[in-house]
Each structure stands twice: as structure tokens, then as C-alpha cells.
Design a protein around this ligand. Structure first.
Ligand SMILES: [Zn+2]
Length: 273
């Protein structure tokens, strides 16, 4: 019986020669386990993983034939992953860089000695600027903007919350609400903490249109009305969503694309000198 490392080297050569996967970067995993089936999966970054058991040399063409047959399916999965993969921008803290807040776009304008450090300038006619004190921006960098999102998000979310708690019959036990200035991590836009009766929203959310913020708040409030439900997004939760926000599935779907492009606080050098 050949060993996995040997099969891996030889089979990779055979696959490359055959061009069965020519358009895709791939990883070949040769498993010592005894199953006889081949498997192919596509990772979030669009790369392909091929899994095979330890094989005899005469079985290599069988793998290649199978990969050729799988090619349309693999191409479909790769295209799907690429279309939905995160594509978060890296920004520069220079004049004119755009920052979105609740569906509106503002151009950064560093000003020397600006008070109160950072705010949207609503005084201009039609021009939307995010004014920022130059020295503070240089010192604090992206953190200044993240804190601004947290602050603006908190004000807006509390206003929305007030409306929805009454509609959803939660007026007697309004959940605590906190906007967090951290990485989204796995929790994505927000979460409801049952024990604390608290909704936490991530600052990135407030770059999106108001209807998406609204959806996330209602989503979390629906958890808050059904704390005893066994499934996180079970029938009781869905029933509450259908009742309060009948088009919530459409909104959730529409959120995927802008959600891929929110700024996560990454900046590149090249600021003002
Ligand atoms: Zn949820």
C-alpha cells in the first residue's frame, strides 16, 4: 500500500497534467481512512479542496475522470463563493475619502483646530462633509471614526428601538441597547443576550441604509420577545418577524450585498503630511 504523502505528490502531478482543475487553485487532501469515495468542497475564499483516500497508481485516472465530470459543479460553487465573499474596503484618512452613515455618504474633511473634533457638517448646501480635527485624526486614526459610528449608531438605534418596543409589546421591559466598536467577528450585525436582556449591535451596521438597521433591531427584539424558544430562529421567532416586519426576508436578502462592502476600520497609510 502506498503512503498518503506519496499519493499526494504523484496525484497532484497527474491532476495538474490533466488540467481537470486548471482554472482553480486547489488543495489535495489524501486521507489514510478507508473510504473509497472522492470529495470536493469549495472554501469561502473560492479555493477548491479535493479529498481522496490513499490510492494505487492505477486508480489515479479514475480521480481525474471524476474531477472532469465535477468541473461544472465546481465552477458553479466557486462563482457562488466569489459573489458572496466579503470584500471590505481599506480606506485612507485623507480629504475626500467617503464614509457612509445610515445610507448617506460623507466626504472626510480634516480641518485644523476643529471643534467638536468630529461631526457631519449639515450647514453646507448639498455638500455632505464629515469634518474632523486634523491633529486628533492624525493621533487617533481610524479609532476616531469608529467611535463616531458608535456614538451616531447609539443615538439612532435608541430612537428606532423606542418605536419597535411599543409595536412589539415590549414596552414594560425594554431591553438594554449597546453599540459596540469592535470587530464583527462571528456575531455579525448584532446579538441578543437573554440573561442581560440586552441587544448588542456592531458599529459597522450603521454604514448601511436605515431599513437594514431597522431589520437587525427587529430581528434582535424578536429574540427578546421569545427568550424561551428552543431554536434561535425557530417558528415562534419567525412568527413574530412575520407579524411585525412582513417583508423581513426580502430585506435580509438585500442586505447581503452591501454587507460585504462595509468598512471594518482598516486603513492604509498615505494620510496628509
Ligand atoms: Zn438571530
Amino acid at each position: 500500500m502506498p503512503d498518503a504523502a506519496q499519493v499526494s505528490t504523484e496525484l497532484r502531478y497527474v491532476i495538474d497534467e490533466s488540467k481537470a482543475l486548471r482554472r482553480h487553485p486547489y488543495e489535495l487532501v489524501v486521507s489514510e481512512r478507508r473510504w473509497r469515495t472522492f470529495g470536493v468542497t469549495v472554501k469561502a475564499d473560492g479555493s477548491v479542496v479535493v479529498r481522496v483516500p490513499v490510492l494505487e497508481r492505477e486508480d489515479y485516472p479514475q480521480v481525474v475522470g471524476w474531477l472532469v465530470k465535477q468541473a461544472p459543479r465546481i465552477a458553479g460553487l466557486v462563482a457562488q463563493q466569489r459573489a458572496t465573499a466579503p470584500a471590505h474596503p481599506v480606506k485612507r484618512l485623507i480629504p475626500g475619502e467617503a464614509f457612509d452613515l445610515l445610507g448617506a455618504s460623507y466626504r472626510l474633511r480634516p480641518v485644523t483646530g476643529y471643534e467638536p473634533v468630529i461631526e457631519v457638517d449639515y450647514t453646507g448646501s448639498g455638500n455632505k462633509f464629515l469634518m474632523a480635527d486634523r491633529a486628533t485624526l492624525a493621533r487617533r486614526g481610524a479609532r476616531l471614526l469608529v467611535d463616531w459610528y458608535v456614538e451616531q449608531g447609539q443615538i439612532y438605534a435608541e430612537w428606532e428601538l423606542d418605536h419597535w418596543v411599543r409595536r412589539m409589546g415590549l414596552a414594560g421591559r425594554v431591553p438594554d441597547l449597546r453599540v459596540r466598536g469592535r470587530d464583527m467577528g462571528r456575531t455579525k450585525w448584532g446579538r441578543y443576550l437573554g440573561r442581560e436582556h440586552r441587544i448588542e449591535l456592531n458599529w459597522q451596521l450603521f454604514q448601511l441604509d436605515k431599513r437594514f438597521v431597522q431589520y437587525v433591531i427587529v430581528h434582535e427584539l424578536a429574540h427578546a420577545t421569545r427568550p424561551a424558544e428552543r431554536w434561535h430562529h425557530g417558528p415562534l421567532w419567525e412568527g413574530e418577524m412575520d407579524r411585525v416586519l412582513p417583508h423581513w426576508r426580502v430585506v435580509r436578502e438585500a442586505m447581503t450585498e452591501p454587507g460585504r462592502h462595509v468598512w471594518q476600520g482598516d486603513v492604509r497609510a498615505g494620510g496628509e503630511s
